[in-house]
Design a protein around this ligand. Sequence first.
Ligand code: SF4
Length: 209
Amino acid sequence: MPLTREAVELLVQAARAWYFDGHQHGLRDREWMALRFLGRANRFSRTPSALAGFIGATRATASQIVKTLESKSFLVRKPSHEDKRSVVLHVTTLGEKCLNQYDPINHVVNAVTALGTDECVKLRDSLREILNHLDAAHQRLDASICRDCMFLAERSTGPATGRARSTAEFFCRLYRSPISLDETELLCTSFERTRDRPTIVKHLDRAER
Ligand code: SF4
């Protein structure tokens, strides 16, 4: 079997871990997907419409999933700070606990962690590169982090010391809002890829260590 086909088939087998029939710990696979996304999404993407786009569902289906998660106290709605007519979905402490303990992808996360940091970074970069190709071919990308987004700009140009690292601030030119260093690691459905972001990548890579 050609190497590339073998690699793709292994990737598909690994992905099957998060698709299943019925329920696991009280949630269907799409409900897990929604809870997982909302647990990692930034404040601009924790909305019913962004959720619908991410899970590939209609607004009505996404709304039903939100109701299910609310009924289990895994999620609450709060008015948006940016737009009072909109709501932002927040994963509760109970929802976070459920994700930490029972998320069906946790055993995949553990297996990837066991590879060690260097292999994990290689795997992440390879998968990101594959998604870039798919994105270019199909003109879509569900969500990604600020690191490679064309809308991210640096606000501070201080020296690259440990102190600068902890206080580094960024700005989203799309939403015209400040973005903290921690927020740059969260998922965003408005992401637009750029490949030319060397200074910011340097900051963010230091933050990972
Ligand atoms: S910089 Fe890009 S990824 Fe980050 S919040 Fe703005 S649009 Fe989203």
